[in-house]
Design a protein around this ligand. Structure first.
Ligand SMILES: Cc1ncc(C[n+]2csc(CCOP(=O)(O)OP(=O)(O)O)c2C)c(N)n1
Ligand code: SF4
Length: 525
């Protein structure tokens, strides 16, 4: 199974009742698997949501009903869901509530490489970090138990390399779903008087959570009695990069494998007491390292890791990178002569409608000495690359519309936003409401290809006629809502329409409507 699929199966076998998600690499396959297998009569809800905040709240509602719920997302999705995430730690969970967050160290397909373990610590909840596929399955089951035992949401932190690699997984017998169970409304109503009481309860739980982490079977301390010079603390996937550098277990120095948070204090203490130097190997930020070192370090002990420059602060780890930190001789490299693989930057598919939209937009903007095209995130972000060089910014989902408004109000003209249909539904709708309220002088291009193409073709919530009606309902003047069909034969007409709307002194929305050619191909086959 893929690591993502192991999480999904673990959840099904743990008695899952409801799962919600918004697509995002490398987390999408969790929901894909759940949807695919729900059809086999598994009797749970598995559903894409319009964004991560909505997905989180849907899962929280399921948990409040006493049922087991899962919400999954990529790391930046948790920024969008941060409000319910933080507050759910205070309300607590009723049925088990699991937040699976897939981080993307190395930014294979993301705009940053933030480390979600900080969110778990920020929310003061329990976090499990599988190091392999079997653990992805087992820990997801375990996460539901921890959530129900302590009445808190539990995070399962995945990373790309685990989410998207395959291995055998040994499943266990499935268990029943929870019956519906109503809870204490006053615990869940975060008026200050309740929130203060609940927050205190959460803080008081921390000792028990640390104890549970210390007792967890998933943290393994192997002391090498004959070697007191070096000890290693490794977490999650990074454990494998350590193990791979030793041919036998006997060769290994003392290793503490950490896969649960809050950090297991006692086990860490035992390792630190046993050795002089501690190398900390973790994928992501130096989270464990910072927590252990504090401001002054530990007297008499030498810590090595990312903060000390022994491991890189950015990007993904690998066995060879860890090998250097272990001071082991580099492995011999195979000589492949002067063979070189050509660089192949990603590009829009041949025949993609986004190409035709950018051709028309570039032509329409030729007449202006200065313009700013605020883009959003989707396949169309590839318009940043040659031959289009069509966009000037891309920050986070939905930002194109709000940034175009801010830019226009600062005097940028033409101020253009480019956003896809799924991203528009995710978080472009609300800033468009803002712009419509004051009729900002800007042009919004919504590229409606009727799918979430970038992440593999999940369903879009605002496409076609529904999208047009939404924009009308938001308050954009009907005369300035235009639809174009981005095809080469329509280049002249599309250029003219974009130009006209850029010239209009107020808000315009142009919908470029044409199905993603990859999706069309899939449907045909
Ligand atoms: C907060 C957040 N959630 C999810 C993603 C992953 N993601 C990148 S683009 C995108 C949507 C793309 O769909 P759309 O806007 O319709 O454009 P298309 O790719 O179809 O052209 C998603 C879900 C992300 N980057 N940020
Ligand atoms: S997947 Fe679809 S939207 Fe994305 S580049 Fe290809 S054709 Fe265009």
């Amino acid at each position: 199974m893929l690591g993502d699929e192991a999480v999904a199966l673990g959840a099904i076998h743990a008695g899952l009742s409801g799962a919600y998600s918004y697509p995002g690499t490398p987390a999408s396959e969790i929901m894909e698997y759940l949807i695919q297998h729900a059809e086999g009569g598994k009797n749970y809800v598995a559903s894409w949501a319009v964004n991560e905040k909505v997905a989180f709240e849907e899962a929280l509602g399921t948990s409040f009903a006493g049922k087991r719920a899962l919400v999954s997302m990529k790391h930046v999705g948790l920024n969008v869901a941060a409000d319910p995430f933080m507050n759910s730690a205070i309300t607590g969970a009723n049925g088990g509530l699991i937040v699976v967050v897939a981080d993307d160290p190395g930014m294979h397909s993301s705009q940053n490489e933030q480390d979600s373990r900080y969110y778990a610590q920020f929310g003061q909840i329990f976090c499990l970090e599988p190091s392999n596929h079997q653990e992805a399955y087992d820990m997801t089951r375990e996460a539901f138990d921890v959530s129900e035992k302590f009445g808190i949401p539990v995070m399962v932190r995945m990373v790309t390399r685990l989410a998207h690699s395959r291995s055998g997984v040994r499943p266990r017998p499935p268990r029943e779903q929870n019956p519906i169970k109503y809870g204490e409304g006053k615990d869940w109503t975060l008026l200050p008087v309740n929130a203060r009481r609940r927050f205190k309860i959460l803080v008081e739980k921390q000792k028990d959570l640390t104890h549970a982490s210390d007792e967890s079977e998933f943290n393994v301390l192997s002391l090498n009695e004959g070697n007191t010079s070096l000890g290693i603390i490794a977490s999650g996937i990074a454990c494998n990069y350590v193990y791979e550098n030793f041919k036998t277990v006997e060769e290994q120095p003392s290793i503490l494998k950490i896969t649960s948070y809050p950090l297991p204090d006692k086990q860490i203490d035992m390792l630190v007491q046993h050795v002089d130097t501690i190398l900390i190997v973790e994928e992501g930020y130096p989270f464990i390292e910072k927590n252990l070192m504090g401001a002054f370090g530990v007297h008499g002990k030498l810590f090595k890791g990312k903060l000390t420059g022994h491991l890189p602060m950015t990007g993904e780890l690998s066995p060879s990178v860890v090998r250097q930190a272990l001071d082991l001789p580099a492995l011999e490299k195979k000589d492949i002569g002067d063979f070189q693989l050509a660089g192949r930057p990603p590009q829009l598919c041949q025949g993609c409608g986004h190409r035709d939209t950018y051709d028309a937009l570039n032509k329409a903007l030729e007449a202006y000495a200065q313009s700013h095209v605020f883009s959003d995130i989707g396949c169309y972000t590839l318009g940043a690359l040659p031959p289009y060089n069509a966009i000037n910014s891309c920050v986070c989902m939905g930002a194109s519309v709000s940034m175009a408004k801010g830019g226009a109000e600062a005097g940028v003209y033409p101020s253009v936003a480019v956003i896809g249909d799924s991203t528009f539904a995710h978080s472009g709708l609300t800033p468009l409401l803002d712009a419509a309220a004051v009729n900002t002088n800007m042009t919004v291009l919504i590229l409606d290809n009727a799918t979430v193409a970038m992440t593999g073709g999940q369903p879009s919530f605002a496409s076609g006629e529904k999208l047009v009606r939404l924009i009308e309902g938001i308050g954009v003047a009907k005369d300035h809502i235009k639809t174009i069909i981005p095809l080469p034969k329509n280049l002249e007409e599309n250029t003219r329409i974009i130009k006209e709307e850029v010239e209009h002194n107020g808000l315009s929305v142009i919908i470029a409507a044409r199905e993603c050619v990859q999706q069309a191909r899939k449907k045909r086959s």
